[in-house]
Design a protein around this ligand. Structure first.
Ligand code: 5CA
Length: 445
């Protein structure tokens, strides 16, 4: 993409309404525009990050054996009457009537609808286990939408639903989700800590939230700081291996880590004082096991191996896809702007031409642009006729992890500069070597 042909409406001033850094940078970097309280347009740069996060979520869900589908945003009220949640859900649910005066709602979550799909098509234990998921917009009429996309009213969520023959099988599905989430967040450059939590309107008594530590987080958290050192890394996971998956979960959930809702001061006292931490976190996901809470009232039954009809065991598992964009910025920025982790960056590298119109500089930028594209990378080429300082400030703000700077002086010696946004370190390289370096950095991402 060439900047002169792109749509990147940067703001020079700090918007007054933004109270936290991610909201401020998302507005200033031209990623989002508010359309109503808690409702945003995703401008091209924001859209790119959102798509990259979605892509990682899809890959990791499918690696764990979960199957994508797509359910609508609007749902009939009657489905929710079957589970008893239509009245329970209260003011957070946006209720709508269509022209035939039928009661509809904008889905805040999809337990009822997925159970309806399941009961229409599955009737035997032989079709289990089954986990279906989608990535779809949700609406919750939050009392206090705030912090930009962090607490929106309309927001993008990955929600997945497992169907299993019994509790043990459903708990394996729960564990599988936990491990796949750990990998998902790590690929986004995040440390997200699973913490024992409370289940709220989804139900069940087995639930963990995933929290990214940040001062601006909405949840108060209590933890043993050794949990922050745990890494899943590149280890091989066989998602069908119940023992292996359960061991990983044990590794990540044994040290004390709880949100204020389940915090137990007496247990916390047992954490060695040097490791005891109280802080704040951003909830980027939550997993639930709730057994037959929906399958029983909605009649989602399967025949078991003994020929009896039994309600299927379920859980649901959410990732806050749009919230993650804000959470990643909270975890990765400096005073100049965003610092995207390579896994989610909207463009892989910036090309900054210091002397637009200089024949040698223009030609070298074109060569690098084409070279990066040929290696499967997406560069953003700042081809504006603008001062170097302005170009650097723009690229620092939007936070691409790598910048190639091209100017007549360097080119006279056959060199361009490759600069890391994170460390600020610069290397002088030939254009070809710079392309090779970036291809190496992004290999496998
Ligand atoms: N049905 C279950 C799991 S699929 C469910 O809805 N879980 S949830 O309520 O915990 O939501 C899942 C994730 O969506 C949360 O962990 C959070 O990251 C994100 N989320 C929830 N509410 C909002 C909101 N108002 N704005 C942005 N993200 C949100």
């Amino acid at each position: 993409m060439r900047l002169t042909r792109y749509f990147l409406p940067l703001l020079k001033e700090n918007p007054a309404e933004a109270q936290i850094v991610s909201h401020r940078f998302m507005l200033r970097a031209g990623m989002i525009k508010q359309q109503a309280a808690g409702i945003y347009s995703w401008l091209p740069l924001g859209w790119r990050v959102l798509r990259r996060i979605e892509q990682i979520v899809h890959e990791e869900q499918q690696r764990a054996g979960h199957i994508p589908l797509l359910m609508p945003t609007l749902q009939p009220a009657d489905l929710w009457r079957e589970s008893g949640r239509y009245d329970d859900y209260g003011q957070e649910m946006l209720r709508i009537r269509d022209r035939q005066d039928r009661e509809m709602l904008y889905g805040p979550t999809n337990e009822e609808m997925i159970t309806d799909i399941f009961r229409a098509h599955v009737s035997s234990y032989k079709d289990l286990p089954l986990t279906l998921y989608h990535i779809q917009w949700k609406f919750r009429d939050e009392m206090r939408p705030r912090f930009g996309v962090m607490r929106g009213r309309e927001f993008l969520m990955k929600d997945g639903y497992n169907f299993d023959i019994d509790r043990d099988a459903a708990l394996h599905a729960y564990n599988r989700h936990m491990v796949s989430y750990l990998r998902t967040y790590e690929r986004m450059g995040l440390t997200a800590i699973p913490m024992r939590a409370a289940s709220g309107p989804i139900g069940g008594d087995n639930t963990h939230e995933f929290l990214v530590l940040a001062q601006t987080g909405e949840s108060e958290v209590f933890y043993d700081d050794r949990v922050t050192q745990l890494k899943l890394g590149a280890r091989e996971i066989d998602y069908d291996d119940r023992t292996q998956v359960a061991k990983v979960c044990e590794e990540f959930t044994t040290l004390y880590a709880r949100t204020d809702e389940t915090h137990d001061p007496a247990l916390f006292e047992q954490v060695p004082e040097a490791h005891r931490r109280v802080g704040r976190g951003i909830e980027v996901g939550q997993i639930f096991y709730f057994g037959t809470k929906y399958s029983e009232p909605m009649g989602a039954l399967v025949t078991n191996a003994e020929g009896q009809r039994v309600p299927v065991h379920m859980g649901s598992h959410g990732i806050g896809v749009s919230r993650l964009v804000g959470a990643i910025i909270e975890a990765s920025h400096d005073e100049k702007g965003i610092v995207w982790p390579e896994g989610v960056t909207p463009f892989h590298a910036a090309i900054v031409n210091l002397r637009q119109g200089d024949a040698a500089s223009d030609a070298a930028c074109e060569t690098i642009y084409a070279g990066l594209r040929a290696r499967g990378l997406d560069p953003l080429y700042d081809d504006r006729d603008a001062r170097a300082g302005e170009k650097f400030a723009a690229m620092d703000l939007i936070g691409l992890p790598w910048r190639i700077t091209v100017g007549p002086r360097g080119l006279a010696a056959g060199k361009v500069e490759l600069t890391s946004r994170r460390s600020g370190e610069t290397e002088e390289l030939s254009p070809e070597a710079a392309i090779d370096r970036l291809a190496q950095i992004y290999a496998g991402r």
